[in-house]
Design a protein around this ligand. Structure first.
Ligand SMILES: [Zn+2]
Ligand SMILES: [Zn+2]
Length: 147
């Protein structure tokens, strides 16, 4: 006698296929087609949820927050240096580190669209460029008037 795999939910009905999510056998009534793949009632939300997860940015990017914090710190340091008229090579390291962190955050946001913080990342980049310009201007002024 020919034996067929029964549906997981309807044991007296022959299964017509397997669910893409859980690989269990189901009958035609139990399987639903989502994006040309068959899913059972419990698993049919898998592709839907995955789609939402990739479209909605809900998680703040830790890198963007770090870059923003560093940028503020860099601006404060460059303003303090501008006020004192003193420059040190280390002052350039903060904005350079910030740009590198912000760039890393941008890469991560591209790979993981659920991350928010694009504005913070952009602000961190701009603030770092301003810090670099301020530090550079002080550096030039110090070089021209070495006292
Ligand atoms: Zn399933
Ligand atoms: Zn069934």
């Amino acid at each position: 006698m020919h034996t067929t795999t029964p549906c997981k939910h309807h044991t007296d009905t022959a299964a017509v296929g397997r669910c893409t999510g859980c690989a269990e056998a189901f009958c035609a009534d139990c399987l639903v087609e989502v994006h040309h793949r068959y899913y059972c009632a419990e698993c049919k939300w898998l592709p839907v949820n995955t789609k939402v997860f990739h479209e909605e940015a809900t998680e703040p990017s830790p890198e963007a927050n770090l870059a923003f914090g560093l940028a503020i710190f860099g601006v404060v340091v460059s303003l303090l240096l501008a006020a004192s008229g003193y420059i040190h090579y280390a002052a350039f390291l903060i904005p350079i580190l910030t740009i590198s962190t912000a760039n890393h955050a941008r890469q991560r946001m591209k790979e993981h669209p659920q991350y928010t913080g694009f504005g913070k990342m952009l602000a961190a980049m701009l603030l770092s460029i301003i810090s670099l310009l301020v530090c550079g201007a002080i550096g030039l002024a110090v070089l021209q008037n070495p006292n």
